[in-house]
Design a binder for this molecule. Structure first.
Ligand code: FES
Length: 128
């Protein structure tokens, strides 16, 4: 599947707000999110390992206050931003579903790209 341009690289700041995109997970409506941590862009399915619900109550707010961990707003599960592994809270032993993310230089500047797999794909853009 072809790479999907997500956003300009500078739109993701270290420990800052995420960029969300609508997606299909095994054909069901879902969302994914992209963050930057220690200079590297990461992407995950927006679904907690505790209960399959979205992590963010405030859209795009995935990092907790220290900017070191991703946190689920529902019951406070804590995940490592670089691996998605759960390190605290009720998700212990679980992990976020990672996406393949790359940053590439383009004629429009450096961009973040999502390389979808067969199970998590972008919502098809409808033609009008
Ligand atoms: S749903 Fe995320 S911690 Fe419970």
């Amino acid at each position: 599947m072809e790479a999907i341009a997500v956003c300009a690289a500078q739109a993701l700041s270290d420990g800052g707000l995420a960029v969300r995109r609508d997606a299909l997970f095994y054909g069901r409506s879902a969302s994914v999110f992209f963050v930057r941590f220690q200079g590297v862009a990461y992407g995950y399915l927006n679904q907690c390992a505790h209960v399959p619900t979205e992590l963010d109550w405030v859209e795009g707010q995935f990092f907790e206050s220290s900017g070191l961990y991703l946190m689920c707003a529902t019951h406070g599960a804590i995940y490592l931003p670089d691996t998605g592994r759960c390190v605290g809270g009720p998700c212990r032993g679980g992990r976020l579903r990672p996406l393949v993310v790359e940053e590439r230089d383009t004629p429009d500047g450096r961009q973040v790209f999502w390389l979808p797999d067969e199970h998590v794909i972008p919502v098809p853009i409808s033609s009008t």
